[in-house]
Ligand binder design. Structure first.
Ligand code: ADP
Ligand code: MG
Length: 539
Protein backbone atom coordinates (compact mmCIF):
# COMPACT_ATOMS: atom_id res chain seq x y z
CA UNK A 1 0.00 0.00 0.00
CA UNK A 2 1.18 3.51 -0.72
CA UNK A 3 1.50 5.91 2.17
CA UNK A 4 0.19 8.81 0.12
CA UNK A 5 -2.74 10.53 1.79
CA UNK A 6 -6.12 10.10 0.18
CA UNK A 7 -7.50 13.42 -0.88
CA UNK A 8 -11.27 13.47 -1.00
CA UNK A 9 -12.02 17.15 -1.24
CA UNK A 10 -10.13 20.32 -2.09
CA UNK A 11 -8.38 22.00 0.81
CA UNK A 12 -10.63 25.03 1.06
CA UNK A 13 -13.66 22.92 1.91
CA UNK A 14 -14.67 23.28 5.53
CA UNK A 15 -16.23 20.49 7.37
CA UNK A 16 -17.75 20.02 10.77
CA UNK A 17 -18.91 16.62 11.81
CA UNK A 18 -20.89 14.80 14.44
CA UNK A 19 -21.75 16.57 17.64
CA UNK A 20 -20.06 19.80 16.65
CA UNK A 21 -22.22 20.10 13.56
CA UNK A 22 -25.33 19.30 15.52
CA UNK A 23 -24.63 21.71 18.35
CA UNK A 24 -23.63 24.48 16.01
CA UNK A 25 -26.83 24.13 14.02
CA UNK A 26 -29.00 23.94 17.11
CA UNK A 27 -27.34 26.97 18.59
CA UNK A 28 -27.97 28.98 15.42
CA UNK A 29 -31.62 27.91 15.29
CA UNK A 30 -32.14 28.75 18.95
CA UNK A 31 -30.64 32.17 18.41
CA UNK A 32 -33.05 32.88 15.59
CA UNK A 33 -36.00 31.94 17.81
CA UNK A 34 -34.53 34.06 20.59
CA UNK A 35 -34.44 37.10 18.31
CA UNK A 36 -38.17 37.09 17.54
CA UNK A 37 -39.32 35.84 20.93
CA UNK A 38 -39.77 39.24 22.57
CA UNK A 39 -42.13 40.36 19.81
CA UNK A 40 -44.71 37.59 20.39
CA UNK A 41 -48.22 38.52 21.32
CA UNK A 42 -50.09 41.71 22.08
CA UNK A 43 -47.58 42.82 24.69
CA UNK A 44 -44.56 41.96 22.56
CA UNK A 45 -42.04 44.67 21.81
CA UNK A 46 -41.06 46.08 18.44
CA UNK A 47 -37.68 46.01 16.80
CA UNK A 48 -35.93 48.78 14.99
CA UNK A 49 -34.03 47.54 11.98
CA UNK A 50 -31.50 49.79 10.35
CA UNK A 51 -30.23 48.92 6.89
CA UNK A 52 -26.69 49.66 5.66
CA UNK A 53 -28.12 52.72 3.91
CA UNK A 54 -29.71 53.83 7.18
CA UNK A 55 -33.26 53.02 6.16
CA UNK A 56 -35.30 52.28 9.24
CA UNK A 57 -38.03 49.72 9.79
CA UNK A 58 -39.88 49.54 13.08
CA UNK A 59 -41.76 46.27 13.28
CA UNK A 60 -43.09 43.45 15.34
CA UNK A 61 -43.52 41.13 12.39
CA UNK A 62 -41.47 37.93 12.58
CA UNK A 63 -40.82 37.40 8.92
CA UNK A 64 -39.91 41.04 8.31
CA UNK A 65 -37.37 41.00 11.13
CA UNK A 66 -35.71 37.81 9.96
CA UNK A 67 -35.59 38.84 6.33
CA UNK A 68 -34.04 42.17 7.14
CA UNK A 69 -31.35 40.56 9.30
CA UNK A 70 -29.61 39.02 6.29
CA UNK A 71 -28.86 35.84 8.14
CA UNK A 72 -26.05 33.75 6.67
CA UNK A 73 -25.76 30.66 8.83
CA UNK A 74 -27.19 27.71 6.88
CA UNK A 75 -29.28 26.27 9.73
CA UNK A 76 -30.49 29.72 10.72
CA UNK A 77 -31.51 30.26 7.12
CA UNK A 78 -33.67 27.17 7.34
CA UNK A 79 -35.42 28.79 10.28
CA UNK A 80 -36.03 31.93 8.26
CA UNK A 81 -37.52 29.71 5.60
CA UNK A 82 -40.14 28.54 8.13
CA UNK A 83 -41.24 32.13 8.60
CA UNK A 84 -41.42 32.63 4.86
CA UNK A 85 -43.53 29.51 4.33
CA UNK A 86 -45.83 30.59 7.13
CA UNK A 87 -46.15 34.05 5.57
CA UNK A 88 -46.97 32.62 2.17
CA UNK A 89 -49.34 29.92 3.36
CA UNK A 90 -51.23 31.85 6.04
CA UNK A 91 -49.93 35.40 6.18
CA UNK A 92 -49.63 35.36 9.98
CA UNK A 93 -48.11 33.31 12.77
CA UNK A 94 -44.51 33.68 11.68
CA UNK A 95 -43.17 34.33 15.17
CA UNK A 96 -45.06 31.36 16.56
CA UNK A 97 -43.72 29.00 13.91
CA UNK A 98 -40.11 30.04 14.38
CA UNK A 99 -40.38 29.86 18.16
CA UNK A 100 -41.80 26.36 18.14
CA UNK A 101 -39.00 25.18 15.86
CA UNK A 102 -36.38 26.81 18.08
CA UNK A 103 -37.84 25.24 21.19
CA UNK A 104 -38.11 21.80 19.56
CA UNK A 105 -34.38 21.98 18.87
CA UNK A 106 -33.52 23.30 22.30
CA UNK A 107 -35.47 20.45 23.89
CA UNK A 108 -33.89 17.95 21.53
CA UNK A 109 -30.54 19.11 22.80
CA UNK A 110 -31.54 18.10 26.31
CA UNK A 111 -32.27 14.62 25.02
CA UNK A 112 -28.98 14.52 23.13
CA UNK A 113 -27.26 15.39 26.40
CA UNK A 114 -28.94 12.37 27.91
CA UNK A 115 -27.34 10.28 25.13
CA UNK A 116 -30.54 9.68 23.28
CA UNK A 117 -29.79 9.10 19.65
CA UNK A 118 -31.00 11.70 17.14
CA UNK A 119 -32.91 9.11 15.16
CA UNK A 120 -35.01 8.30 18.22
CA UNK A 121 -35.68 11.99 18.75
CA UNK A 122 -36.66 12.60 15.15
CA UNK A 123 -38.89 9.55 15.18
CA UNK A 124 -40.59 10.77 18.34
CA UNK A 125 -41.00 14.25 16.90
CA UNK A 126 -42.52 12.84 13.76
CA UNK A 127 -45.04 10.81 15.73
CA UNK A 128 -45.82 13.82 17.90
CA UNK A 129 -46.30 16.18 14.96
CA UNK A 130 -48.75 13.79 13.37
CA UNK A 131 -50.66 13.36 16.59
CA UNK A 132 -50.75 17.15 17.08
CA UNK A 133 -52.47 17.61 13.75
CA UNK A 134 -55.02 15.02 14.72
CA UNK A 135 -55.73 16.67 18.05
CA UNK A 136 -55.78 20.13 16.52
CA UNK A 137 -58.31 19.14 13.90
CA UNK A 138 -60.40 17.48 16.53
CA UNK A 139 -60.59 20.44 18.90
CA UNK A 140 -60.81 23.31 16.44
CA UNK A 141 -64.18 24.95 15.98
CA UNK A 142 -66.33 25.34 12.89
CA UNK A 143 -67.44 28.79 11.88
CA UNK A 144 -70.04 29.88 9.40
CA UNK A 145 -68.66 31.99 6.55
CA UNK A 146 -71.68 34.24 6.98
CA UNK A 147 -70.72 35.13 10.52
CA UNK A 148 -69.03 38.47 9.95
CA UNK A 149 -68.70 39.13 13.65
CA UNK A 150 -66.41 36.17 14.14
CA UNK A 151 -64.40 37.17 11.09
CA UNK A 152 -63.94 40.64 12.54
CA UNK A 153 -62.80 39.16 15.84
CA UNK A 154 -60.24 37.07 14.00
CA UNK A 155 -58.91 40.13 12.21
CA UNK A 156 -58.79 42.02 15.49
CA UNK A 157 -56.89 39.27 17.27
CA UNK A 158 -54.34 39.37 14.46
CA UNK A 159 -53.87 43.12 14.89
CA UNK A 160 -53.91 43.29 18.69
CA UNK A 161 -50.76 44.91 20.00
CA UNK A 162 -49.51 46.05 16.60
CA UNK A 163 -49.24 49.56 15.24
CA UNK A 164 -52.84 49.18 14.13
CA UNK A 165 -54.09 48.58 17.68
CA UNK A 166 -55.92 51.88 18.18
CA UNK A 167 -57.99 51.54 15.06
CA UNK A 168 -58.23 47.78 14.90
CA UNK A 169 -61.99 47.74 15.05
CA UNK A 170 -62.28 49.98 12.04
CA UNK A 171 -59.58 48.05 10.20
CA UNK A 172 -61.29 44.74 10.98
CA UNK A 173 -64.47 46.11 9.48
CA UNK A 174 -62.59 47.20 6.35
CA UNK A 175 -60.81 43.86 6.04
CA UNK A 176 -63.94 41.76 6.33
CA UNK A 177 -65.86 43.94 3.89
CA UNK A 178 -62.98 43.81 1.41
CA UNK A 179 -62.53 40.04 1.62
CA UNK A 180 -66.28 39.40 1.32
CA UNK A 181 -66.53 41.73 -1.64
CA UNK A 182 -63.81 40.09 -3.73
CA UNK A 183 -64.88 36.56 -2.91
CA UNK A 184 -66.32 34.96 -6.05
CA UNK A 185 -67.90 31.53 -5.92
CA UNK A 186 -66.07 30.75 -2.72
CA UNK A 187 -62.70 31.62 -4.27
CA UNK A 188 -60.54 34.40 -2.94
CA UNK A 189 -57.63 35.88 -4.83
CA UNK A 190 -55.64 38.08 -2.48
CA UNK A 191 -54.19 40.11 -5.32
CA UNK A 192 -57.67 41.56 -5.80
CA UNK A 193 -57.15 43.63 -2.68
CA UNK A 194 -54.82 46.45 -3.56
CA UNK A 195 -53.07 48.15 -0.71
CA UNK A 196 -52.12 51.72 -1.46
CA UNK A 197 -50.54 54.23 0.90
CA UNK A 198 -51.12 57.93 1.39
CA UNK A 199 -48.91 59.96 3.64
CA UNK A 200 -50.41 62.90 5.43
CA UNK A 201 -53.50 62.19 7.46
CA UNK A 202 -53.80 59.98 10.52
CA UNK A 203 -54.18 56.19 10.44
CA UNK A 204 -57.82 56.60 11.42
CA UNK A 205 -58.50 58.00 7.96
CA UNK A 206 -57.55 54.68 6.39
CA UNK A 207 -60.37 53.79 4.03
CA UNK A 208 -61.82 51.10 1.84
CA UNK A 209 -62.30 52.31 -1.71
CA UNK A 210 -64.87 50.53 -3.86
CA UNK A 211 -62.50 50.63 -6.73
CA UNK A 212 -58.83 51.21 -7.34
CA UNK A 213 -56.42 53.88 -6.20
CA UNK A 214 -53.60 54.35 -8.65
CA UNK A 215 -50.26 55.87 -7.86
CA UNK A 216 -50.54 58.00 -11.06
CA UNK A 217 -51.46 61.48 -12.16
CA UNK A 218 -53.31 62.43 -15.32
CA UNK A 219 -51.01 63.06 -18.26
CA UNK A 220 -52.00 66.65 -18.91
CA UNK A 221 -52.88 69.58 -16.70
CA UNK A 222 -55.61 70.52 -19.18
CA UNK A 223 -57.57 67.38 -18.48
CA UNK A 224 -60.46 67.52 -16.01
CA UNK A 225 -59.57 66.96 -12.35
CA UNK A 226 -62.65 64.88 -11.81
CA UNK A 227 -64.92 62.86 -14.07
CA UNK A 228 -68.31 61.73 -12.81
CA UNK A 229 -70.08 58.75 -14.32
CA UNK A 230 -66.80 57.61 -15.69
CA UNK A 231 -66.76 55.32 -18.69
CA UNK A 232 -63.33 53.84 -18.71
CA UNK A 233 -61.27 52.52 -21.60
CA UNK A 234 -58.43 50.15 -20.70
CA UNK A 235 -55.84 49.77 -23.41
CA UNK A 236 -52.53 47.95 -23.44
CA UNK A 237 -51.00 49.59 -26.54
CA UNK A 238 -49.46 53.04 -26.97
CA UNK A 239 -51.41 56.06 -28.15
CA UNK A 240 -48.46 57.22 -30.16
CA UNK A 241 -46.85 56.36 -33.44
CA UNK A 242 -43.22 55.86 -32.91
CA UNK A 243 -42.08 52.94 -30.97
CA UNK A 244 -39.70 54.42 -28.43
CA UNK A 245 -37.81 51.14 -28.22
CA UNK A 246 -36.84 51.27 -31.88
CA UNK A 247 -34.77 54.03 -33.49
CA UNK A 248 -36.29 54.97 -36.79
CA UNK A 249 -34.49 56.88 -39.51
CA UNK A 250 -36.46 58.69 -42.15
CA UNK A 251 -34.78 60.57 -44.98
CA UNK A 252 -36.55 63.70 -45.96
CA UNK A 253 -35.24 65.89 -48.77
CA UNK A 254 -37.67 68.83 -48.96
CA UNK A 255 -39.71 70.94 -46.52
CA UNK A 256 -42.87 69.71 -48.21
CA UNK A 257 -41.97 66.16 -47.50
CA UNK A 258 -41.41 67.01 -43.86
CA UNK A 259 -44.76 68.77 -43.60
CA UNK A 260 -46.39 65.81 -45.30
CA UNK A 261 -44.83 63.45 -42.88
CA UNK A 262 -45.96 65.48 -39.87
CA UNK A 263 -49.47 65.83 -41.29
CA UNK A 264 -49.57 62.11 -41.86
CA UNK A 265 -48.57 61.43 -38.26
CA UNK A 266 -51.10 63.88 -36.90
CA UNK A 267 -53.86 62.37 -38.99
CA UNK A 268 -53.11 58.92 -37.63
CA UNK A 269 -53.09 60.15 -34.04
CA UNK A 270 -56.32 62.05 -34.67
CA UNK A 271 -57.94 58.88 -35.96
CA UNK A 272 -56.80 57.00 -32.88
CA UNK A 273 -58.28 59.59 -30.56
CA UNK A 274 -61.49 59.68 -32.59
CA UNK A 275 -61.93 55.97 -32.06
CA UNK A 276 -61.57 56.47 -28.33
CA UNK A 277 -64.08 59.33 -28.36
CA UNK A 278 -66.52 57.34 -30.48
CA UNK A 279 -66.52 54.51 -27.99
CA UNK A 280 -68.01 56.95 -25.48
CA UNK A 281 -65.05 56.76 -23.10
CA UNK A 282 -64.31 59.76 -20.91
CA UNK A 283 -61.39 58.13 -19.07
CA UNK A 284 -58.44 56.16 -20.45
CA UNK A 285 -55.91 54.06 -18.65
CA UNK A 286 -53.11 53.17 -20.98
CA UNK A 287 -50.40 50.62 -20.26
CA UNK A 288 -47.99 52.36 -22.66
CA UNK A 289 -47.21 55.93 -23.63
CA UNK A 290 -49.52 58.69 -24.81
CA UNK A 291 -48.11 61.08 -27.40
CA UNK A 292 -48.13 64.88 -26.74
CA UNK A 293 -50.47 65.52 -29.59
CA UNK A 294 -52.80 62.76 -28.42
CA UNK A 295 -52.74 64.30 -24.94
CA UNK A 296 -53.73 67.63 -26.43
CA UNK A 297 -56.61 66.10 -28.37
CA UNK A 298 -57.82 64.07 -25.43
CA UNK A 299 -57.75 67.14 -23.18
CA UNK A 300 -59.81 69.02 -25.74
CA UNK A 301 -62.40 66.28 -25.55
CA UNK A 302 -62.45 66.52 -21.76
CA UNK A 303 -61.03 63.02 -21.38
CA UNK A 304 -59.02 62.03 -18.31
CA UNK A 305 -56.01 59.87 -19.19
CA UNK A 306 -53.17 58.12 -17.36
CA UNK A 307 -50.26 56.49 -19.13
CA UNK A 308 -47.79 53.75 -18.24
CA UNK A 309 -50.24 52.08 -15.90
CA UNK A 310 -48.77 48.75 -14.74
CA UNK A 311 -50.35 45.70 -16.32
CA UNK A 312 -51.28 44.35 -12.89
CA UNK A 313 -53.07 47.60 -12.09
CA UNK A 314 -54.85 47.55 -15.42
CA UNK A 315 -56.10 44.08 -14.58
CA UNK A 316 -57.31 45.26 -11.19
CA UNK A 317 -59.11 48.23 -12.73
CA UNK A 318 -60.70 45.80 -15.15
CA UNK A 319 -61.97 43.66 -12.27
CA UNK A 320 -63.17 46.69 -10.34
CA UNK A 321 -64.98 48.47 -13.15
CA UNK A 322 -66.01 45.58 -15.36
CA UNK A 323 -64.09 47.04 -18.31
CA UNK A 324 -62.18 44.87 -20.76
CA UNK A 325 -58.54 45.40 -21.55
CA UNK A 326 -58.39 46.12 -25.27
CA UNK A 327 -55.37 45.43 -27.47
CA UNK A 328 -56.67 46.87 -30.72
CA UNK A 329 -58.37 50.22 -31.12
CA UNK A 330 -60.81 48.81 -33.64
CA UNK A 331 -62.16 46.56 -30.93
CA UNK A 332 -62.90 49.44 -28.59
CA UNK A 333 -66.69 49.95 -28.34
CA UNK A 334 -68.88 51.00 -25.45
CA UNK A 335 -69.23 47.31 -24.53
CA UNK A 336 -65.59 47.18 -23.52
CA UNK A 337 -65.76 50.19 -21.22
CA UNK A 338 -65.75 49.93 -17.45
CA UNK A 339 -67.83 52.08 -15.11
CA UNK A 340 -67.15 54.03 -11.97
CA UNK A 341 -69.04 56.83 -10.30
CA UNK A 342 -65.97 58.97 -10.04
CA UNK A 343 -62.46 59.16 -11.41
CA UNK A 344 -60.51 61.88 -9.72
CA UNK A 345 -57.00 63.19 -9.26
CA UNK A 346 -56.21 63.75 -5.60
CA UNK A 347 -53.18 65.28 -3.91
CA UNK A 348 -52.22 63.36 -0.77
CA UNK A 349 -49.30 64.79 1.13
CA UNK A 350 -46.60 64.95 -1.49
CA UNK A 351 -48.17 62.35 -3.76
CA UNK A 352 -50.65 62.61 -6.56
CA UNK A 353 -53.05 59.69 -6.85
CA UNK A 354 -55.89 58.79 -9.15
CA UNK A 355 -59.01 57.48 -7.42
CA UNK A 356 -61.37 55.27 -9.37
CA UNK A 357 -64.22 54.88 -6.97
CA UNK A 358 -67.87 54.10 -6.55
CA UNK A 359 -67.68 50.94 -8.64
CA UNK A 360 -70.77 48.73 -8.68
CA UNK A 361 -69.97 45.32 -7.24
CA UNK A 362 -66.22 45.61 -7.80
CA UNK A 363 -64.24 42.37 -7.91
CA UNK A 364 -61.07 44.19 -6.95
CA UNK A 365 -60.72 47.03 -4.51
CA UNK A 366 -58.28 49.13 -2.56
CA UNK A 367 -57.45 49.64 1.05
CA UNK A 368 -55.93 53.09 1.21
CA UNK A 369 -53.74 53.38 4.28
CA UNK A 370 -53.23 56.84 5.67
CA UNK A 371 -50.56 57.68 8.20
CA UNK A 372 -48.17 60.37 9.30
CA UNK A 373 -44.90 58.77 8.29
CA UNK A 374 -43.67 55.97 6.07
CA UNK A 375 -42.68 53.87 9.10
CA UNK A 376 -46.14 54.06 10.58
CA UNK A 377 -47.83 53.32 7.28
CA UNK A 378 -45.59 50.32 6.60
CA UNK A 379 -46.24 48.78 10.00
CA UNK A 380 -49.99 49.33 9.58
CA UNK A 381 -49.74 47.63 6.22
CA UNK A 382 -48.10 44.57 7.80
CA UNK A 383 -50.78 44.43 10.50
CA UNK A 384 -53.59 44.76 7.98
CA UNK A 385 -52.03 42.04 5.86
CA UNK A 386 -51.94 39.76 8.92
CA UNK A 387 -55.62 40.49 9.44
CA UNK A 388 -56.47 39.78 5.82
CA UNK A 389 -54.45 36.57 5.87
CA UNK A 390 -56.24 35.33 8.98
CA UNK A 391 -59.72 36.14 7.71
CA UNK A 392 -59.07 34.50 4.36
CA UNK A 393 -57.52 31.46 5.97
CA UNK A 394 -60.48 31.07 8.35
CA UNK A 395 -62.91 31.34 5.45
CA UNK A 396 -60.96 28.76 3.45
CA UNK A 397 -60.92 26.07 6.12
CA UNK A 398 -63.97 27.20 8.08
CA UNK A 399 -62.03 26.32 11.23
CA UNK A 400 -60.75 28.46 14.09
CA UNK A 401 -59.05 27.93 17.43
CA UNK A 402 -58.93 29.81 20.73
CA UNK A 403 -55.84 32.06 21.07
CA UNK A 404 -53.93 33.27 24.09
CA UNK A 405 -52.11 29.95 24.32
CA UNK A 406 -55.28 27.94 24.91
CA UNK A 407 -54.86 25.76 21.87
CA UNK A 408 -51.18 25.08 22.55
CA UNK A 409 -51.89 24.02 26.13
CA UNK A 410 -54.70 21.73 25.09
CA UNK A 411 -52.67 20.06 22.35
CA UNK A 412 -49.75 19.64 24.76
CA UNK A 413 -52.03 18.09 27.36
CA UNK A 414 -53.51 15.55 24.99
CA UNK A 415 -50.11 14.87 23.45
CA UNK A 416 -48.69 14.02 26.87
CA UNK A 417 -51.49 11.55 27.52
CA UNK A 418 -50.83 9.99 24.14
CA UNK A 419 -47.09 9.86 24.85
CA UNK A 420 -47.69 7.63 27.81
CA UNK A 421 -49.11 4.97 25.53
CA UNK A 422 -45.76 4.70 23.73
CA UNK A 423 -43.34 2.18 25.05
CA UNK A 424 -39.97 3.21 23.64
CA UNK A 425 -37.73 6.17 24.25
CA UNK A 426 -39.71 8.08 21.64
CA UNK A 427 -41.97 8.82 24.57
CA UNK A 428 -39.39 11.26 25.85
CA UNK A 429 -39.33 13.08 22.53
CA UNK A 430 -43.11 13.33 22.47
CA UNK A 431 -42.94 14.78 25.95
CA UNK A 432 -40.43 17.41 24.80
CA UNK A 433 -42.61 18.20 21.81
CA UNK A 434 -45.48 18.95 24.16
CA UNK A 435 -43.35 21.20 26.29
CA UNK A 436 -42.18 23.09 23.17
CA UNK A 437 -45.81 24.03 22.49
CA UNK A 438 -46.18 25.34 26.02
CA UNK A 439 -43.44 27.78 25.21
CA UNK A 440 -46.06 29.90 23.39
CA UNK A 441 -48.31 30.71 26.38
CA UNK A 442 -45.24 30.98 28.59
CA UNK A 443 -43.78 33.62 26.28
CA UNK A 444 -47.09 35.48 25.93
CA UNK A 445 -47.00 35.78 29.73
CA UNK A 446 -43.36 36.66 29.96
CA UNK A 447 -43.65 39.40 27.36
CA UNK A 448 -46.48 40.90 29.38
CA UNK A 449 -44.46 40.84 32.58
CA UNK A 450 -46.49 37.99 34.06
CA UNK A 451 -44.83 35.00 35.69
CA UNK A 452 -44.83 32.23 33.06
CA UNK A 453 -44.68 29.42 35.59
CA UNK A 454 -47.79 30.63 37.38
CA UNK A 455 -49.58 30.96 34.07
CA UNK A 456 -48.61 27.49 32.87
CA UNK A 457 -49.58 25.91 36.16
CA UNK A 458 -52.98 27.53 36.21
CA UNK A 459 -53.62 26.85 32.55
CA UNK A 460 -52.74 23.19 32.93
CA UNK A 461 -54.96 22.92 35.95
CA UNK A 462 -57.91 24.39 34.06
CA UNK A 463 -57.34 22.21 31.02
CA UNK A 464 -57.05 19.09 33.16
CA UNK A 465 -60.45 20.06 34.52
CA UNK A 466 -61.83 20.07 30.99
CA UNK A 467 -61.78 23.82 30.32
CA UNK A 468 -60.21 23.56 26.91
CA UNK A 469 -60.87 27.15 25.86
CA UNK A 470 -59.05 28.68 28.78
CA UNK A 471 -56.07 30.79 27.84
CA UNK A 472 -54.20 33.86 28.94
CA UNK A 473 -56.32 36.90 28.18
CA UNK A 474 -53.94 39.81 27.86
CA UNK A 475 -56.73 42.34 27.81
CA UNK A 476 -57.48 41.45 31.43
CA UNK A 477 -54.25 39.61 32.33
CA UNK A 478 -56.37 36.73 33.59
CA UNK A 479 -56.67 33.07 32.79
CA UNK A 480 -60.13 32.75 31.36
CA UNK A 481 -62.25 31.47 28.55
CA UNK A 482 -60.61 33.22 25.63
CA UNK A 483 -63.32 32.27 23.17
CA UNK A 484 -65.72 34.33 25.22
CA UNK A 485 -63.16 37.11 25.24
CA UNK A 486 -63.13 36.80 21.45
CA UNK A 487 -59.47 35.97 21.11
CA UNK A 488 -59.73 33.78 18.04
CA UNK A 489 -57.23 32.60 15.49
CA UNK A 490 -57.45 30.56 12.32
CA UNK A 491 -56.81 26.83 12.57
CA UNK A 492 -54.37 27.05 9.69
CA UNK A 493 -51.93 29.28 11.64
CA UNK A 494 -51.38 26.46 14.10
CA UNK A 495 -51.43 23.54 11.71
CA UNK A 496 -48.94 25.22 9.40
CA UNK A 497 -46.72 26.36 12.27
CA UNK A 498 -46.59 22.88 13.77
CA UNK A 499 -45.91 21.15 10.49
CA UNK A 500 -43.16 23.45 9.25
CA UNK A 501 -41.56 23.80 12.66
CA UNK A 502 -41.38 20.05 13.17
CA UNK A 503 -40.17 19.39 9.64
CA UNK A 504 -37.32 21.82 9.97
CA UNK A 505 -36.39 20.71 13.47
CA UNK A 506 -36.24 17.13 12.27
CA UNK A 507 -34.22 18.09 9.25
CA UNK A 508 -31.69 20.00 11.35
CA UNK A 509 -31.43 17.16 13.86
CA UNK A 510 -30.62 14.66 11.14
CA UNK A 511 -27.57 16.62 10.02
CA UNK A 512 -24.30 15.33 11.43
CA UNK A 513 -21.94 16.57 8.79
CA UNK A 514 -21.68 20.04 7.33
CA UNK A 515 -19.47 20.40 4.30
CA UNK A 516 -19.09 23.94 3.16
CA UNK A 517 -17.15 25.19 0.20
CA UNK A 518 -15.55 28.46 1.09
CA UNK A 519 -16.44 30.19 -2.15
CA UNK A 520 -18.67 33.16 -1.51
CA UNK A 521 -18.49 35.64 1.28
CA UNK A 522 -20.44 33.84 3.96
CA UNK A 523 -17.46 31.99 5.31
CA UNK A 524 -19.79 29.07 5.82
CA UNK A 525 -19.00 27.18 8.97
CA UNK A 526 -15.74 28.82 9.93
CA UNK A 527 -16.39 29.07 13.61
CA UNK A 528 -17.18 25.46 14.36
CA UNK A 529 -18.82 25.14 17.71
CA UNK A 530 -18.43 28.80 18.39
CA UNK A 531 -20.58 31.73 17.56
CA UNK A 532 -22.45 30.85 14.38
CA UNK A 533 -21.24 32.98 11.51
CA UNK A 534 -23.78 35.34 10.09
CA UNK A 535 -25.25 35.86 13.53
CA UNK A 536 -22.36 37.83 14.86
CA UNK A 537 -23.04 41.04 13.03
CA UNK A 538 -19.70 41.11 11.25
CA UNK A 539 -20.97 39.58 8.05
P1 ADP B 1 -47.22 35.75 15.25
O1 ADP B 1 -46.15 36.30 14.37
O2 ADP B 1 -46.91 34.36 15.67
O3 ADP B 1 -48.60 35.91 14.70
P2 ADP B 1 -48.02 37.74 17.16
O4 ADP B 1 -47.12 38.76 17.74
O5 ADP B 1 -49.02 38.19 16.17
O6 ADP B 1 -47.13 36.60 16.59
O7 ADP B 1 -48.75 37.04 18.39
C1 ADP B 1 -49.68 36.03 18.20
C2 ADP B 1 -50.05 35.44 19.54
O8 ADP B 1 -50.72 36.42 20.35
C3 ADP B 1 -51.03 34.28 19.38
O9 ADP B 1 -50.61 33.22 20.18
C4 ADP B 1 -52.35 34.87 19.88
O10 ADP B 1 -53.20 33.90 20.43
C5 ADP B 1 -51.88 35.84 20.92
N1 ADP B 1 -52.86 36.87 21.24
C6 ADP B 1 -53.45 37.75 20.41
N2 ADP B 1 -54.31 38.56 21.09
C7 ADP B 1 -54.26 38.17 22.40
C8 ADP B 1 -54.90 38.61 23.61
N3 ADP B 1 -55.76 39.60 23.61
N4 ADP B 1 -54.59 37.96 24.75
C9 ADP B 1 -53.69 36.96 24.75
N5 ADP B 1 -53.07 36.51 23.66
C10 ADP B 1 -53.34 37.09 22.49
MG1 MG C 1 -49.73 37.54 14.36
Amino acid sequence: MSDKPVILMPEDIQRIMGKDAQRNNILAAKMVAEVVKTTLGPKGMDKMLVSPTNDIIVTNDGVTILEEMQIEHPAAKMMVEIARTQENEVGDGTTTAVMIAGKLLENAEKLLDRKIHPTIITKGYRIAAEKCQEILKDISLKISPEDENILKQIAMTAMTGKGAEDSKERFAEIIVRAVKQIQTKGKIDLSDIKIEKAKGEGIRDTELISGIVLDKEKVSADMPLIVSDARIALIDFPLELKNPEIDTKISISSPDQLQNFIDQEERTIKKMVEKVVNSGANVIFCQKGIDDFAQYLLSKEGIYACRRVAKSDLEKISKATGGKIVSNLNELTHFELGDAQIVEEVKQGGDILTYIKGCQNPKALTILIHGGTDHVIDEIERAIKDGIGDVVSSLKTGLVVPGGGAIEIEIARQLRIFGQTLSGREQLAVEEFASALEFIPATLAENAGIDPIDVLTELKFKHDAGERNFGLNLFTNKIENVLEARIIEPYKIKSQAISSASEVAIMILRIDDVIASSGGKSGGMRSAGGFPPGMSGEY
